[in-house]
Design a protein around this ligand. Structure first.
Ligand SMILES: Cc1cc2nc3c(=O)[nH]c(=O)nc-3n(C[C@H](O)[C@H](O)[C@H](O)COP(=O)(O)OP(=O)(O)OC[C@H]3O[C@@H](n4cnc5c(N)ncnc54)[C@H](O)[C@@H]3O)c2cc1C
Length: 416
């Protein structure tokens, strides 16, 4: 079933009773060419590109819950490619280009909205750092504009420009950044992969990995054994647990990241804005709710909920940026489990078994990476060599000392 203006019109005239399911609910087959563990954004995107671009269609995505139950349906929907370092910049720009054509490509409305991402600066030193980042972006062909205080104030009049501690001096703007409806991304990739023949097996947990010699020959699941020629791990916050099944210890820690949404308000924030003097970011949804978040909860956890100390911390940073926030009501908050790597950058690599591939370490920035991550992981699985934009995301970089520390924080996963 393809969406078109005509199909929407005809189905509307027939009372919308004839749409078919977007993907099948297949029984697992005994064996696949490729089994992907994790039906989040990255696992589904990998299956989509494997089947569409690389012609590998005998693929299963094994998901322990339902599609969208992980971080793909929990994030704050921000996309951007405003990176400084050469290891990151081309990859995230590749992702941005894929976002720009994604809805046409998978024939699904994911509400890709390039409404801009603005990072505020509050001191001369921070302005200099943002100038450097903006210049690096432009040298890589990525759009970046440095705005002064008057330009920011014209865009965002309700912010606190007189704050004694954190006066807003300006911001670094990427106009092509923005937001995308996160669960629609999972649905679009699932639908596209399914129509190419991929089996998406929900409510099926991988509980073990069977090895023979130097190979992974399949996965033990709650629905029985499923064999494969190649095994790909894309379990995000649970990567360490899944990798442990083959004795692989990853340089990752799992932490909770919370997000919040307020009651609906009249439009007053066009794009995404981040506070430069603390960790707080906000955008306004099409329904008018403010969608915001901040730091991760600073302890290791696999729970999809956080604690009140972080709620207070996020609210304080938000109020320093927009004093009127103290008068709005928060409708909902939730949490997701982040696979925080030691340098804040991801891992897309072939690992110690002959046919085992790893995709992890997305920290709290993996949503924007979804298309490129899926494409590059599929490239690695199909061709056996990394895609040119993902060459730096090797697992052994931690042993070799070639870390990609975008924030310059050192080996502190809770600070990236
Ligand atoms: C509150 C919050 C806000 C965020 N905001 C942003 C943002 O604005 N921009 C951005 O770029 N990123 C953001 N992120 C990060 C982003 O969501 C993640 O980095 C990204 O979604 C992770 O990849 P994924 O979609 O594949 O993860 P997931 O959707 O978590 O997929 C992993 C899947 O693996 C499954 N799984 C795990 N173990 C097993 C097993 N044993 N067997 C079978 N299946 C298993 C899980 O059930 C899960 O569905 C945010 C995250 C959170 C939680």
């Amino acid at each position: 079933m393809r969406f078109s203006a005509l199909s929407i019109l005809l189905n509307g005239l027939r009372g919308n009773r004839h749409w078919s399911a977007h993907w099948r609910q297949p029984e697992p087959k005994p064996h696949y060419d490729v089994v992907i563990v994790g039906g989040g954004g990255h696992g589904l995107a990998t299956a989509y590109y494997l089947s569409k671009v690389f012609g590998i269609r005998n693929v299963a995505v094994i998901e322990k819950g339902y599609l969208g139950s992980g971080n793909i349906g929990r994030n704050t929907t921000i996309i951007r490619s405003n990176y400084l370092l050469p290891g990151n910049n081309p990859f995230y720009e590749f992702s941005m280009k894929l976002w720009e054509g994604l809805e046409q490509d998978f024939n699904f409305n994911a509400m890709v909205s390039q409404r801009g991402v603005l990072n505020l600066y509050h001191s001369d030193a921070q302005r200099d750092a943002y100038t450097r980042r903006g210049n690096a972006m432009r040298l890589h062909g990525v759009d970046a504009e440095l705005l002064d205080r008057a330009q920011v104030q014209a865009m965002l009049p309700f912010f606190d420009y007189e704050n004694a501690r954190f006066p807003i001096q300006g911001g670094l703007l990427q106009r092509r950044g923005g937001t995308v409806r996160h669960d629609a991304v999972a649905w679009g990739y699932a639908r596209g992969a399914d129509s190419n023949g991929v089996d998406i097996i929900q409510n099926c947990e991988v509980i073990g990995i069977r090895r023979e010699g130097g190979k992974a020959v399949g996965v033990e699941t709650t629905r029985g054994f499923i064999g494969c020629n190649r095994l790909a791990l894309a379990a995000a916050g649970h990567s360490s647990r899944v990798a442990e099944m083959v004795g692989l210890k990853l340089p990752l820690e799992s932490h909770v990241l919370q997000a919040f949404v307020s009651e609906g308000l009249k439009p007053f924030i066009d794009g995404v804005v981040t506070f430069g003097a603390g960790h707080f970011y906000v955008s306004q949804s099409d329904k008018g709710g403010l969608v915001f978040g901040g730091d991760i909860d600073g302890y290791n956890s696999y729970a999809q909920r956080g604690n009140l100390a972080t709620v207070e911390h996020v609210a304080e940073a938000g109020k320093a940026m927009i004093p009127a926030l103290s008068r709005i009501r928060v409708l909902r908050s939730w949490g997701g489990v982040m696979d925080m790597s030691m340098d804040g950058s991801p891992i897309i690599d072939k690992v110690h078994l002959d046919n085992l591939y790893l995709n992890s370490g997305w920290c709290y920035g993996g949503f924007k990476a979804t298309p490129a991550s899926g494409y590059c992981f599929a490239h690695l699985i199909a061709r056996g060599e990394p895609h040119e934009t993902a060459r730096a995301f090797r697992l052994d970089r931690f042993a070799r000392g070639y870390v990609i520390d975008e924030k310059g924080q050192g080996a502190q996963p809770n600070l990236h």
